[in-house]
Design a protein around this ligand. Sequence first.
Ligand code: SAH
Length: 546
Amino acid sequence: MIYTTHQLLIFADYLLSNQNSIISSPINGEIWKIYQLFKTYIVDNNKLHFTNINEFLEYIEQFNTLSGGCLHFTKSKYDSKDKIKSKLVWINDIGLKILQQKFNKTSNSTNTPTGQNTDQYKECTSLFEFIAKPDKTKRSLDKIDKLTIEDLTNFIQKPTTKLQLDKKRSKLNTPKLKFPEICNEKHHSTTLSTLLFKQNNNNNNNSSNSKQINLNDQYINQKLNQFKNRISTDILNCLNEKIHFLPILYNHTDLKLGDCSYLDTCHKIKTCRYLHYYTLHPTSNTTSTSSSNTNTISNTITNQESNSNANTKTTNQKSNLIEELTNLDYSLGEIFSSGFKEISQPQWINCDINQLNFSKLGKFSAIISDPAWLIHQNLPYGTFGDLELINLKINELQDEGIIFLWVTARSLDIGRQALAKWGYEIINEVIWVKLNQLKRIIVTGRTGHWLNHSKEHLLVGLKGKPNWLNLKIDLDIIISNTRETSRKPDEIYDIIDRMCGPFARKLEIFGRQHNVRPGWLTIGNQLNGINLNEPELINNLNSSTI
Ligand code: SAH
């Protein structure tokens, strides 16, 4: 039997007025007890009655579909033989209230458990009322004598409430980081450098050997604490807010030569006679201390907004959001449930990508691929042929979704061809403008024949029409520091999370150990073994050879 929304909402009223006693002793969420109690509750209701517990179970299932999973049961519920023994363990009361509020709002009447008021939930006779005609007028199932293809198409295409909520949430949750400024007072850096590095030399019988100092953050912080009293308040305050680059004077450093072009990415730092620096990041919490210590342009721009207005703005944004949420139409799909899901732990597979059977990996919302393109440079890993790449069965990995493919100047065209072959339309190209340690654009890149390469290209391909993508949040430019050879900026992960939501399944092809992260499956031949936690994936891969 299919229950009407009106009938189903009686259960929401019941749960909300009794939720604590339902879950705790002596009822303990046991279905057969709830069944008896609920029967008493609806005894006067001429619209709802059950002849046996199986009918009640059916009713609960339909209720949970309507509420988007507001009720959580012990596992046995999913075992059909044991359904009756199942226990209700958690009630999403906020979800229920919103559901109730939404329907009561349309009927403009008060809650009555008996449902005597025939006007109650008048417009909400069934889930099918959400089938909207293109002219946006609603139709209830009672008034539809025949479901047309057009009705069904409209129904399927209508974005679910979950989708709309997730889109709004991702906009609201987009972090606005303060872009750390760089200190321009030269004497700050030199004073700190003398204090932190020279002191060590004195302890080492006056021989200037910064070479032996292990310059890590812990060492520097210890030294800073030790010499706090010798540092002026001006400098201490500045340290809280701004980045400082402290010149490191090694035995072999020849100050006349000036800065090393490679700075902290110099491969010969132990013998290089040019000047190198230690980056001292601001200590105050207001500044970004992300792993890469970088910010995208979008962060810079958002920071131009007055800070004092930021809080009021967020509060306003939040109340607008709540207002908007209450005005949303419910439709099939999960409502408010993402908050209770967990983001999957990082997963990775060490493999030869040529040998991996992609059809066993399942489908992904987003893919990043950074192929080991053949370039005329010594690389610390094996490369991948252009044809090998084009022939990869990437088409098996997404039915619809987005792909990000890093290309080099030489491989731009091959990348375009590959994307077309795999079934993608190129919708954008992100560029990464590479900064050196001193936050200036790299001018002596290690690649580039005619002009030095100071940027990298990331082709963005789209397959199908994924209406779940969050659009217009980030920019197509990333400005951030270079790190190890070939390592790409971490900003791209945040951009993808904001586009696809944190719970989407995401895949990185040609990833290394530092690339693994929650929500992502990473594959490549430099990873440490295999680490998987999705049961379906483990099962699929067990039945094939990696
Ligand atoms: N995006 C990465 C860098 C990728 S470099 C980062 O941010 O660090 C390319 C990687 O592809 C290297 O680790 C290389 O060893 C790996 N690789 C090359 N050929 C491969 C193959 N046939 N199968 C799997 N991985 C391969």
